[in-house]
Design a protein around this ligand. Structure first.
Ligand code: CNA
Ligand code: ZN
Length: 309
């Protein structure tokens, strides 16, 4: 039986310092990167909010589907039928990545600090922005559960294309209908695969309806060693990634760093009834991790990287 951890941020910090907590696993989502300026899916101003199905769909049926659930933009069968919605919605993200527009936040740096203290066992990130790596965290400690924007390949045959070549085509072949030509009809983006000639070239992100990378299933097996699982900036609605919260042992403490409560349907408990779950409260990921950094006495680590934030 593991030693009892006082169920608040101070108790978690104390257990990290005393060595009562040795194995920390992290599950992050889009909310861990909103502080860097990248919108998430479900917050106000996010993809669900800003989607304009009438501008990116080709048929009535597509429009109906996308209005019913915007997640259809990143559905596999939709992409095979019409690549335009995915490429158009993802375009600012793709080009922003090429221009290295975003910087890692304190939330990303906190994972690196955990590694420095030999506490971090793994980060499962649902994010595709690659910000985790900017901190110099060991690549082998990061699992890109939903793939990444950094590589580009054909969804049909797997042929790879250099990221910059792809970006040049994104820029020249797709009209910026949201900004310059609101009445432009939806059209195919015509980024054809150099091998199979189908227009299925896209960043290596996992479309809904596709299976996750095999590493996810191999690496989640280690979760049974977790003393602490930090869940940061995710609505916990996307499966199977959300199942990570159920794969840790029953006595593993789960720290929820999210500005709203999430995961009740997965057994996360809030308030007085919570036996092993701690919610950092209605604060941002960066605020919560700063609080933890102070409790841990890691302010010096922040001073050293402040010029990078
Ligand atoms: P989501 O469903 O949009 O949920 C985000 C959660 O974070 C919500 O519960 C928000 O309340 C919360 N949140 C937002 N900002 C903050 C903040 N600053 N501090 C604390 N909490 C905050 O996103 P999920 O990651 O759960 O959904 C999974 C999808 C979204 C994955 O497949 C991602 O690839 C995809 N996505 C990724 C990115 C990225 O890589 N940065 C951006 C947008 C979407
Ligand atoms: Zn191909």
């Amino acid at each position: 039986m593991k030693p009892r951890v006082s169920l608040d941020l101070a108790g978690i910090a104390e257990s990290l310092k005393s060595g009562a907590i040795k194995s920390v696993y992290v599950l992050t989502g889009a909310g861990a990167s909103t502080g860097a300026g990248i919108p998430d899916f479900r917050s106000p101003g996010g993809m669900y909010d800003s989607l304009r199905p009438e501008l990116i769909t080709a048929t009535k049926a597509e429009r109906k589907r996308m209005r019913r659930d915007p997640i259809n933009v990143v559905m596999k069968d939709m992409f095979f039928q019409n690549q335009f919605p995915y490429l158009e919605v993802r375009r600012p993200f793709i080009l922003g990545t090429q221009q290295q527009q975003w910087k890692a936040t304190l939330s990303h740096w906190f994972m690196r600090f955990l590694e420095e203290e030999a506490l971090l066992k793994r980060v499962f990130t649902q994010n595709i922005d690659g910000l985790d790596y900017q901190t110099g965290i060991s690549k082998e400690l990061v699992t890109n559960v939903h793939g990444s924007l950094a590589r580009v390949s054909c969804e049909g045959c797997g042929e790879e294309m250099p990221f910059d070549d792809f970006c040049a085509k994104v820029r020249t072949n797709v009209k910026d209908i949201y900004k310059t030509d609101p009445s432009a009809p939806a059209e195919s983006s015509n980024i054809n695969c150099p091998r199979c000639n189908r227009p299925l070239v896209k960043p290596n992100t996992v479309l809904f309806g596709s299976s996750l990378p095999t590493e996810f299933f191999e690496q989640t097996a280690d979760l049974e060693q977790a003393d602490l699982l930090i869940v940061a900036g995710t609505s916990l609605v996307v499966s199977p990634a959300n199942a990570v919260v159920q794969m840790v042992p029953r006595d593993c403490v789960r720290l929820i760093v999210n500005k709203e409560t999430v995961g009740q349907d997965l057994g996360i408990q809030y308030g007085k009834g919570a036996t092993r779950d701690v919610w950092a409260g209605e604060i941002s990921c960066d605020e919560a991790f700063l609080e933890l950094i102070k409790l841990l006495g890691w302010q010096d680590k922040v001073r050293k990287i402040r010029h990078l934030l």
